[in-house]
Design a protein around this ligand. Structure first.
Ligand SMILES: Cc1cc2nc3c(=O)[nH]c(=O)nc-3n(C[C@H](O)[C@H](O)[C@H](O)COP(=O)(O)OP(=O)(O)OC[C@H]3O[C@@H](n4cnc5c(N)ncnc54)[C@H](O)[C@@H]3O)c2cc1C
Length: 383
């Protein structure tokens, strides 16, 4: 892996850097709650879209710039460096769009990709259920075919951004008589129907980022099956691999910013002279650098083999563990402010608790790394 930029990569970085310098986002809204915050991120995505920067890794035919994975990494690094917000339609841009590019029909790509990019239609991910999280294949939401449409009934949970979404990447059971992985189908479900009720769940941070979905005979046209009936498991894996690789890259950059902020804070308080704090910060620095290099390697592999591999699970696991350590150390350094509701550090500390659950729990990611990266034997259930 050669991390020296080519002249093209340097030009790409300079273009983006100067655009960001001339087009900063509006200041983050301090009032108006979750809705105002979401509107702010949506507006930011629209501005990126107008300038052709919403998703440079997407092929030019779908509105991107056909950027290589390395250029895509440069993109995330520059966005992080400029400290701009995440786009409102992050799940559409990083998960839904790339999944459609692999599995979608030409009609689906033409219909759904442009409004993902422009943030006109927001996407959410309807995978997890009350009794099916890590063991996704045991999900119970059922879809039954009636003529040219599917009738869907069931419950989803933890559906991030569902309250703002037009489309849901929904995995449902379409056949109960075959092995559980084989009886699943991946749908695009229109959220704007009476049969889909969205109930926000308030988190420890105070925000309602995710929701419960109650689905009672919702209708999905047959044309909204993605990747074929009974093929939902494979399509869902494409979504999950993009989640761990794409989001992992963006998140390790955010981690670096937080660490820089914490080091500055510790320096301001004279704590860098204290070997205990200096050691802990140095260890976090080493972890951040390892994560950065691993994330780059993941993208280089994706460039070489055409899609992200299971190594993304390692980045996601180490990122979540490091972010939790960092925010815990921040509580020691920052003091009571980091435990006071409404402060930036308290938000980071509380939000980090979910990091080892979302996008695959740490235990499950360790299993993937053991079996699919290291080639260790599968753990057998005790008799
Ligand atoms: C902030 C946040 C946002 C989320 N957003 C979404 C979203 O938008 N869409 C969506 O579909 N889901 C979303 N999720 C759900 C997330 O993917 C699940 O919570 C996750 O997959 C775990 O499932 P579960 O909560 O049912 O836990 P369970 O699967 O019930 O796990 C419980 C415990 O058992 C352990 N465990 C389970 N299986 C194994 C195993 N084989 N080996 C060892 N240990 C095991 C787990 O590690 C965990 O500690 C989100 C979660 C969070 C926290």
């Amino acid at each position: 892996m050669d991390l020296t930029f080519t002249p093209e990569q340097t030009a790409f970085r300079d273009d983006l850097r100067s655009w960001l310098a001339e087009n900063p986002p509006d200041p983050e809204p301090m009032d108006g709650g979750d809705d105002a915050h979401f509107a702010w991120r949506r507006d930011w995505q629209r501005r990126l879209y107008d300038a052709g920067w919403a998703a440079p890794s997407w092929p030019a035919e779908y509105g991107g710039r056909g950027a290589t994975p390395s250029e895509s990494a440069i993109y995330f690094e520059e966005m992080g460096r400029a400290r701009v917000p995440f786009s409102a339609n992050t799940l559409g841009l990083l998960l839904g769009g790339p999944t459609l590019m692999v599995w979608g029909t030409p009609e689906q790509k033409e219909r759904y990709l442009p409004p993902i990019l422009s943030a006109e239609e927001i996407w959410c991910q309807g995978f997890s259920e009350p009794d099916a999280g890590s063991d996704l294949a045991s999900l119970k939401t059922r879809a039954v075919k009636h003529g040219e449409e599917w009738v869907v009934t069931g419950q989803k949970v933890w559906t991030s951004g569902a309250q703002y979404s037009k489309w849901c990447m929904l995995v449902a059971r379409t056949d109960s008589d075959v092995a559980k992985h084989k009886g699943l189908t991946y749908f695009l479900m229109d959220m704007e129907q009476e049969a889909v009720q969205v109930r926000p769940l308030r988190q420890i941070t105070g925000e309602a980022e995710f929701n419960e979905l109650f689905i009672e005979e919702a209708r999905i046209p047959d044309a909204n099956v993605v990747g074929g009936v009974g093929n939902g498991w494979k399509v869902a894996l494409t979504t999950l691999m993009n989640e761990r690789a794409g989001l992992g890259f963006a998140l390790q950059i955010r981690l670096r910013q937080l660490l820089d902020d914490l080091i500055a804070r510790a320096a301001g308080q004279g704590l860098l002279e204290d070997p205990l704090y200096a050691d802990a910060l140095a260890e976090l620095h080493v972890r951040c650098e390892s994560l950065r290099l691993m994330a780059w390697k993941g993208l280089t592999d994706a460039e070489r083999y055409g899609q992200p591999g299971p190594e993304g699970s390692l980045v996601k696991w180490l990122w979540s563990d490091t972010n939790q350590r960092l925010t815990e150390l921040a509580v020691d350094i920052v003091g009571p402010e980091a435990l006071t509701a409404g402060t930036g550090w308290s938000y980071e500390f509380l939000r980090a608790r979910g990091n080892t659950i979302e996008g695959g729990t740490t235990e499950v990611l360790k299993n993937i790394v053991a079996e699919r990266v290291l080639g260790l034997p599968r753990l057998k259930a005790a008799a």
